[in-house]
Each structure stands twice: as structure tokens, then as C-alpha cells.
Design a binder for this molecule. Structure first.
Ligand code: ATP
Length: 366
């Protein structure tokens, strides 16, 4: 078993004369074997959260439970948890074999033969048996990363913690290792908490994503739920690339009134909004389509200001016809669609694709 629960977990650091709340009352429940990606902007408290689970940082308040037992005060080496760092943290004077065996020699009473067998097994799982007698200096970045992972799996822990383990690799290797890590996690079925600021990693690797901002948990949900049903404006803007477009609007009867456009709503959307009048309309770039039909509902006249060809698609910066120059929003359109700077194009923003947030609290209302 490897269930991991964070219950009201908070970390306050002293900061000069004051203090900084790095992690604020975070609740997360991970089921056995789950892959949870913790994601958020720099300084949001990801690493601190992970370090508290690892026992490398004390907990100011709240509880962390592993398989139902509180581990707040347990020493790191006694927690059945293995951590993989961004820097790999390999011992330079030891061989790969020595690095992988070290943790077992220190914290278990396994015999040398047992340790050797485990190291060989883990090296095979990671595809590095031929590297066992080399030193870290004689390895490539990707190989070092494999050794760091091998050193974690050799311990056969209840939980893996990974802090940006791929961020020192180049883009190609990073994407290879992403697939490799997914394979490994499926094969080993070990509960894994994985910290990254890379939303591609979050979207592709996690069974669920936990999104932090300013130390506060914004949403814990599957990647698709975070994408399609963001809990608030922050999550909506963080997940998705290019980011969601936001427009401040006010509700006037059945219509949203923006600075330069109006958007009429159906009865069921109005139902969702209730009596909130101050709203933010969110539209994903990929939900905007070019249409030849200016008479359709939810169509708008726009001007193309910038086109960034990306091959299979174009990122197009558009401006509502009546908006000042430079006040653009983004649409992603198929690479074969011809658009040029200065073109006047009619776009459609279907109502089923829009998101609405309370303009004051940022909470999603539709
Ligand atoms: P990054 O993606 O940049 O690594 P992060 O999301 O992992 O950021 P943390 O390293 O957890 O963020 O830091 C959260 C907050 O706590 C930041 O404001 C940071 O400055 C602060 N912090 C972290 N460690 C300490 C410390 N030892 N003393 C004081 N403040 C700290």
C-alpha cells in the first residue's frame, strides 16, 4: 500500500522580521499507485510541499499520513519514501553501483548479495546495466538521470517524490524520459508525487494534477478536468498553451457587455451565473474558429495583427474591429488556413466553449 494524505499542511518560514507562508493549508489525498503532478509558477510552494513529505522540511501545522500513519516527526530515512532531485545528487567518487547501493546499505539490514541483486534488477529496469562500474562524471545527463531514478527504485519504496527531475535535460531527451517515466510508473505502480513547472509534463504524465498558487491549492483533478472545467481563473490561465483569453464583461439581462463586443447567453448559461453581474469571459484560442458567415450567432468582426506559423497550426493575434490597436487576443487556427496581417476576418466563439468566472473572486461560475 502507498496512500499519501496531506491534511491542512502549512509551512511558514521566518522572513526578516516577518514570515512567509510558503504552503497554506493544503489538503491532498493520493491513492495507492497514483501519479500526482504538483504544478504552479515559481515560488508557489511546490518544492516545499515535496520536501515536507520527504521529511527534509518541518511542518508548521497539519498532518502528513502515509498508509494512515502520521509521519510528521519521522526521520527522512525512516519514511518509506525515495526522492529524486533535479540535480540528481549522485556521489561523484562512487560508481553507479555504489550510488545505487548506498541508500540500502545505510538504511536496511539487507545482505550484500541481496543488495547486489536489487541493484542489478533496478539497473536492468532502467536500461543501464553496462554503466554500473562507471563514475557519474563519465555519464551523459540522461544516463545520470537514469541512475538517479535507479537509486530511487532500488529501495522499493511506498512513495516516489520527484522534484523537476527532467529539467536539466535537453528538449528531446526530456520528452524521451517523460515517456520512460510513465512506463516505469505503470510498471512499478508506486505512488508518485512529481513536481514541475512544465505544464506539458503535468498534462501528459499525471493521473491527476494539483495546481498551487501562492502556497494555496487551486484545484486537484485529472488533466482533462483542469483543462475543461478549471475551478477558477488562475487554473484556466495556467493550463493550456497558448493561454486562455480573458475579457472583462458585465451582465446586462441576457447579454454580456464588454468594452467592444456583446455576447448573448442562453437560459441555461444564465442559470449558472445566478446573480453575479461582474464577470470574466474566458475563451481558449483553440475554440475560436474563422467563419465566412458573419450573420451567425456569436460571430465577430476582427482584424489580424500578427500571424505566427507553427507548421500544423497558426497562432493568430486578433483584435476586435472596434478595439484599439495592440489590444489583441489569440486564436489557434489550422496551418492550411490562409490568414495575413491586416486581414479582416469573422470569427465564431461558440457558446458551448466559453468559460465564465466571477469577476471579483475568480471562481468559475460556468
Ligand atoms: P520554484 O519553481 O521556483 O522552485 P517552488 O514552487 O518550488 O518554486 P518553493 O521553493 O516551495 O517554491 O518556495 C515557496 C516560497 O517559500 C517562496 O516564496 C520561497 O521564497 C519561500 N521559501 C522557500 N524556502 C525558504 C526558506 N528556507 N526560508 C525562507 N523562505 C523560503
Amino acid at each position: 500500500m502507498g496512500t499519501l494524505e496531506l491534511d491542512g499542511v502549512t509551512k511558514v518560514f521566518p522572513d526578516g522580521d516577518g514570515e512567509v507562508v510558503a504552503v497554506d493549508d493544503v489538503d491532498i489525498e493520493m491513492r495507492d499507485g497514483e501519479f500526482l503532478v504538483v504544478v504552479g509558477p515559481s515560488g508557489c510552494g511546490k518544492s516545499t510541499t515535496l520536501r515536507m513529505v520527504a521529511g527534509l522540511e518541518t511542518i508548521s501545522s497539519g498532518e502528513i499520513r502515509l498508509d494512515g500513519s502520521v509521519i510528521n516527526d519521522m526521520k527522512p530515512q525512516h519514511r518509506d519514501i525515495a526522492m529524486v532531485f533535479q540535480s540528481y545528487a549522485l556521489y561523484p567518487h562512487m560508481t553507479v553501483r555504489g550510488n545505487m547501493a548506498f541508500g540500502l546499505e545505510e538504511s536496511t539490514d539487507l545482505s550484500d548479495d541481496e543488495i547486489d541483486a536489487r541493484v542489478t534488477d533496478a539497473a536492468e529496469t532502467m536500461g543501464i546495466p553496462e554503466l554500473l562500474d562507471r563514475k557519474p562524471a563519465d555519464l551523459s545527463g540522461g544516463q545520470r538521470q537514469r541512475v538517479a531514478l535507479g537509486r530511487a527504485i532500488v529501495r522499493d519504496p511506498e512513495v516516489f517524490l520527484m522534484d523537476e527531475p527532467l529539467s536539466n535535460l535537453d528538449a528531446k531527451l526530456r520528452s524521451e524520459m517523460r515517456t520512460e517515466l510513465q512506463r516505469l510508473q505503470a510498471e512499478l505502480d508506486v505512488t508518485t508525487m512529481y513536481v514541475t513547472h512544465d505544464q506539458t509534463e503535468a498534462m501528459t504524465m499525471g493521473d491527476r494534477i494539483a495546481i498551487l498558487d501562492g502556497g494555496e491549492l487551486q484545484q486537484v483533478a485529472t488533466p482533462l478536468e483542469c483543462y475543461h472545467e478549471p475551478a477558477n481563473r488562475f487554473v484556466a490561465g495556467f493550463i493550456g498553451d497558448p493561454s486562455m483569453n480573458f475579457f472583462d464583461v458585465e451582465r446586462d439581462g441576457g447579454t454580456l457587455v464588454g468594452d467592444v463586443f456583446d455576447y448573448s447567453l442562453s437560459a441555461s448559461t444564465l442559470d449558472d451565473i445566478g446573480d453575479v453581474t461582474d464577470l470574466t469571459l474566458g475563451v481558449r484560442p483553440e475554440d475560436i474558429s474563422l467563419t465566412g458567415d458573419a450573420t451567425g450567432e456569436h460571430t465577430f468582426s476582427t482584424v489580424v495583427e500578427v500571424v505566427e506559423p507553427m507548421g500544423d497550426e497558426n497562432t493568430v493575434y486578433l483584435r476586435f474591429e472596434d478595439a484599439p490597436e495592440g489590444e489583441t487576443f489569440i486564436a489557434t487556427v489550422g496551418g492550411l488556413q490562409q490568414v495575413s496581417v491586416g486581414d479582416e476576418v469573422t470569427i465564431e466563439i461558440p457558446e458551448r466553449t466559453i468559460h465564465l468566472f466571477d469577476g471579483k473572486t475568480g471562481e468559475a461560475v460556468h
